[in-house]
Design a protein around this ligand. Sequence first.
Ligand SMILES: Cc1cc2nc3c(=O)[nH]c(=O)nc-3n(C[C@H](O)[C@H](O)[C@H](O)COP(=O)(O)O)c2cc1C
Length: 196
Amino acid sequence: MSLRMLVFLGSTREGRMGENVAKCVVNLLSEVKHEVELIDPLKIGGDGHVHQPMHFYRDQNDVPEWMIETNNKIVNANAYVIVTPEYNCGLPPALTSVLDNFPPASYRHKPCGIVCYSMGSFGGIRAASFARPFLSELGMVSTPSACVIPQVVGKFSDEGECNDERIKNNLEKVVKEISWYGRAMEEMRSKEGVPS
Ligand SMILES: Cc1cc2nc3c(=O)[nH]c(=O)nc-3n(C[C@H](O)[C@H](O)[C@H](O)COP(=O)(O)O)c2cc1C
């Protein structure tokens, strides 16, 4: 079963490493025939920061078009993957801002894979640990195998090719798991709907 997937990129920095990591994830998901779209905080609209979340607009007629469009993509997706660096032992504001902009109901009862990276030896593992309760609060189920990428510099080409076998294998594992969870949850959704 082909799924509709969104990959959330958690960095807006000039020269960000995340862009090529995210390209790799998009490529791997596309190779197994999912319909994939990258949600890049620099490209969806707004300025990459959370100011007024969509569901907090007093007058819903004031919600900007880019928010409505992105929210529709989130609602229509079957599964997600976040690609996140670690910033100061935590999650980067670009990631939390993008996700916080939209109502938890839009993500609810869907799975999310985690790919984290850093320049150092720990591969952003602390960001991954913070990601789990954060994703859960938004209603997502995080899949068990996060792909942790240490010393990210030089490991991904501009086309999203990864030159490290171990990381490639781990990314493929994330792809397999998000596909499995995505299909399982979609099957239940179409058979029984979601718990109210
Ligand atoms: C504001 C900031 C905070 C950072 N904090 C951490 C950190 O806590 N742990 C870590 O391993 N690397 C940290 N780094 C280094 C990042 O791992 C590295 O810059 C990485 O490439 C960031 O992802 P990006 O290039 O996609 O923005 C930090 C970088 C920035 C810009």
